[in-house]
Write a protein that binds this ligand. Structure first.
Ligand code: G6P
Length: 508
């Protein structure tokens, strides 16, 4: 423990030094579609409130803004954000989040433009493509709606982000460091580069980068624009070496004249050099531990303790088809069928955050999740025991409190860029809980050795993994849990940031 503490202090000092050096040179501007907070109108008449946004980007980047001063450019996503942006009258906001050194600037797009960008192009098309979620003989069908969403959604929102970044940058003499995030903003760097030729631009992609052949499902003008604009960055960051390779090969395949050096991981295109690196993202270990000690989290923990049984299984996910929630419950069903001795002795608590609910596939998936939960509860439950309890809300403190209590955490996505739940769990858990981890998530490269591995479609294997996890000896549980914890402590969000800052500084 002492070793871990001093490791964490070393990380902090190193980051503090790097940040000082970085910020002495240029301002840091972060841009992502989802901002660090979402504003909403409180039902009790308390007016406009804000809570933390959900998903991996926010989890990781919120910690960045605790350590360095950033200007964060994000979309006004919901009505609350729009009201907040309007009341700020074009000025930046300073969201009241403890310890955050953050200026927030919303990009407000007309509702129909935002709808085309987010609900037609980014999520049903790009997200599905990058997670290999198409059933290619039948889907996708890139028709007039998708073409329209590209021209009248994706392009204008990317341009609007670029304008906001350029305006922010013009407040300083020195061209800034700009860190762009994820699949929503693939075109932004190209537009920023036209106006700020001396800016240092980096784009980090949080989701998998599939093989070039899969990108061919998209019309060539779209994939060409995506690759070309990404190559306006000085650095493109991805989660794993496999993603890096796929990215280089995709650009080589679709950009005429691109010169790729696979060994150095660089790409020359139209006289510009882009370096492509893997930076496996992580979590803010210290921040999470502080959160765990807050009265709010402790209250949740007390409440949740009443629900746990002799054995507690858990999952924490956005309700997202790539997270494989339905198969996870099917495997649980098979487990209860096969090992009736555990009925009544365990609780499966599922913390599920509703996500992208305006998109048909997500609504359908939510309905399937609810359905299988009711079927399992009806099949095995009685007046004294329900096998599964779901919590359908975006409540991060509650999820963190819950994860301190699991015996088994099931993380079985079909495919995932990293999956930060797999890293949060071992850090907050107090019961030497076992991690069941899909081989197809980015986190598997670091944590796989100490988790129980499952192939995401393998129902038999997943049911067996649940059995193995709950019958594991205390000693083995302890050893695995301690190793998982050690690995996350060693490579936390600060390591992730430092590696990128070092590379940015080298360029500046
Ligand atoms: C993933 C993506 C993020 C996204 C998050 C939540 O982590 O990589 O870019 O913000 O999911 O999704 P949402 O659509 O709700 O922002």
């Amino acid at each position: 423990m002492t070793a871990m503490l001093s490791l964490s202090q070393d990380h902090h000092h190193h980051l503090a030094d790097l940040s000082r050096e970085l910020l002495a040179k240029r301002r840091l501007i972060l841009a992502s579609n989802r901002g660090p907070v979402e504003y909403y109108m409180a039902e009790n008449g308390a007016g406009l409130q804000c809570r933390r946004g959900s998903g991996g980007v926010v989890t990781a980047l919120s910690s960045a803004s605790q350590h360095v001063e950033v200007t964060w450019v994000a979309s006004a996503m919901g009505e609350g954000d729009r009201i907040a942006a309007e009341s700020a009258q074009g000025e930046s906001l300073r969201p009241p989040i403890a310890g955050q050194n953050l200026v927030l600037r919303f990009v407000v797009s007309p509702r129909n433009v935002y709808h085309k960008y987010y609900n037609v192009l980014c999520n049903p098309l790009l997200w599905f493509l990058q997670h290999y979620m198409w059933n290619s003989p039948y889907t996708p069908n890139v028709g007039a709606a998708a073409y329209d969403a590209w021209v009248n959604g994706y392009v204008p929102v990317n341009e609007a982000f670029a304008r906001a970044i350029v305006e922010e940058a013009q407040r300083d003499e020195m061209a800034p460091f700009v860190m762009l995030h994820d699949y929503h903003l693939y075109l932004t760097a190209g537009y920023v580069r036209q106006h700020l030729p001396r800016a240092v631009l980096q784009h980090f992609i949080h989701i998998p980068w599939p093989a070039a052949a899969y990108w061919q499902l998209l019309p060539s003008f779209m994939r060409h624009a995506i690759c070309e604009n990404l190559c306006s960055n000085d650095i493109v960051g991805l989660q794993s070496q496999r993603d890096v390779h796929n990215f280089l090969h995709t650009c080589e395949s679709f950009l005429e004249g691109a010169e790729v050096d696979y060994r150095r991981r660089t790409l020359w295109h139209r006289g510009h050099l882009t370096t492509v690196n893997a930076y496996p993202i992580s979590i803010d270990v210290d921040g999470i531990q502080r959160l765990l000690r807050t009265p709010r989290v402790r209250e949740h923990e007390e409440k949740l303790r009443r629900l746990i049984r002799e054995i507690t299984l858990m999952r924490v996910d956005r309700v997202e088809p790539s997270k494989n929630i339905v198969r996870g419950f099917r495997a649980f069903d098979m487990f209860l069928e096969r090992y009736p001795q555990f009925r009544g002795r365990l609780a499966f608590l599922a913390f599920l955050v509703p996500s992208r609910t305006r998109i048909r596939q997500y609504r359908q998936y939510m309905a399937e999740v609810n359905q299988i939960v009711s079927v399992i509860n009806a099949k095995y439950g009685d007046e004294n025991w329900q096998p599964i309890t779901t919590f359908m809300e975006n409540n991060y403190p509650q999820a963190i409190a819950a994860m301190s209590l699991y015996d088994v955490l099931l993380v079985n996505p079909v495919i995932d860029g990293m999956n930060l739940v797999a890293k949060e769990g071992p850090v907050v858990n107090r019961r030497h809980g076992v991690l069941i981890l899909s081989e197809t998530v980015g986190a598997y490269e670091q944590l796989g050795e100490y988790a129980i591995s499952v192939a995401p479609a393998d129902l038999e294997g997943t049911a067996q993994a649940i059995y193995t996890a709950i019958t594991m000896s205390k000693e083995e549980r302890r050893q695995r849990a301690e190793n998982l914890r050690r690995i996350v402590f060693q490579e936390d969000i600060i390591t992730w940031l430092c590696r990128q800052f070092e590379d940015l500084l080298a360029l500046a």
